[in-house]
Ligand binder design. Sequence first.
Ligand code: NAD
Length: 487
Amino acid sequence: MSLSFDPDSLTLPVGHFIGDRLVAAEGMIPMKRPSDGKNYAGCPVADADVVDQAVQTAKSALKTSNWGGLRPRERLNLLHRWADLIEQEAETLARLEAISSTRPVGQLVSGDIAVSAEQIRFFAEFADKEGGELVPTDDGNLGMIMTEPYGVVGAITPWNFPINMAAWKLGPALAAGNAVVLKPSEMTPFSTLYLAELAVRAGIPAGLINIVLGDGMTTGNAITGHPDIAKVSFTGSTRAGSAIMENIARTGIKPMTLELGGKSPQIVFADADIEKAAAAVTASITSNAGQACVAGSRLIVEKNASARLIEAILKRMKTIVPGPTWDAASQYSPIISDRQRQRIDDIVTASVAAGAERLTGGSSMDLPGYFYAPTLLTGIDQTSPAVVEEIFGPVLTIQTFEEEEEAMALADHPSYGLAAGLFTSDLSRAIRLTRRLQAGTIWVNRYGRSRDHILPTGGYKQSGIGKDLGREAFQANRKSKSVLISL
Ligand code: NAD
């Protein structure tokens, strides 16, 4: 059966998911489909009372199920069963996500959803392997570090990879013995609601996963400021991350993980495999139409290789197939909203006014919905808006260098440090520069994650605090207690 579907005949879940069911909801934010701009649904807004209901449900589920105190292998088995169901229900999940988001349905099933199920299993495996430790003390004492779940974790996710971002939050929190109250983006809530329903069907005790819908100001603030939310895990913009820190500081100190924005460089030396670099650079800025935190949006290329590289990138950009997210043949995504598309265009226009040259793109595409053409800007300096701002769209800036030091200076962004790419065949240089680049993830002769989920992800500078993925993400969902026993 084809994965393509008719968006007008899809039944959407309505309400918040609290306990074991969808509950009726009030207040509706109008929603438009990015692929054709049509109004099609409304997103409810959970106020402080609804958020409190979800938090109390989570607290009581933790108590009655003894989730954190179960034999760890039991938690692990239930999470594995949930991952199995996610795979079995991949087509339904994919449609619920594709209708509201920028993710093409074909890429969802084989990509985002398969990876999310795998990552949930990855986190589940820590449940019975990662614990406290005995520490060296003198003979008269026994010292140990015990670890325990926090209790109820508050999670907030963005719209750009909804299922995957939810898996990054729910997987480690649940494996570590917590319950979760999660708010997906108000633009893409449906697939996350269905994830919660599948968890209950898999046998995960009802109430451990609660999904409340709404915006940042009402629902987000109610989560981060709730006294019974013991820890906050957020992925989104640096601006919202900063507002969350402020709210937490005002309402009661609690630990937080913040995965924020980026403006990641890709540095290509002339000795690199230029075709391979072109493929990686193009994919990193056109995948999800550049709406990825780690989008490699700043190309920094050695001058004598720039013509070859640009030609190869232009060639690849021409073969990209745009189309609605509900068409299984679509490869290139729309922008999430008309407002965001306008913002991209404003930054491109301002950069051109400031002296940048447009090699391709720089305008909306002649299609229904909010498509924006892959865009290359050259002749650009460090102060250009397109180099400074996180555009979150398919816009690649190109800067050239002649000396390694110059490349390093261009790569260093004043506020972001999420990821960086480095392309060279000189191993010594690769290692030397990897040490110097100020980013939480460095990719050498490739760009983008593999399915090695053990590698954590997180930002330097204002790109974030703490890590998702890896052992760190599991550990960040448990608090530690130091114990010293006199013998
Ligand atoms: P956003 O910050 O506008 O919203 C993210 C989520 O936070 C949404 O659910 C939103 O409703 C909520 N929110 C907004 N303001 C809030 C507040 N004051 N309190 C609580 N919640 C609030 O981001 P977005 O537009 O949805 O996503 C794009 C951003 O996310 C980009 O900056 C991107 O780089 C970042 N991102 C980072 C990572 C990472 O791993 N570092 C991954 C994906 C996306």
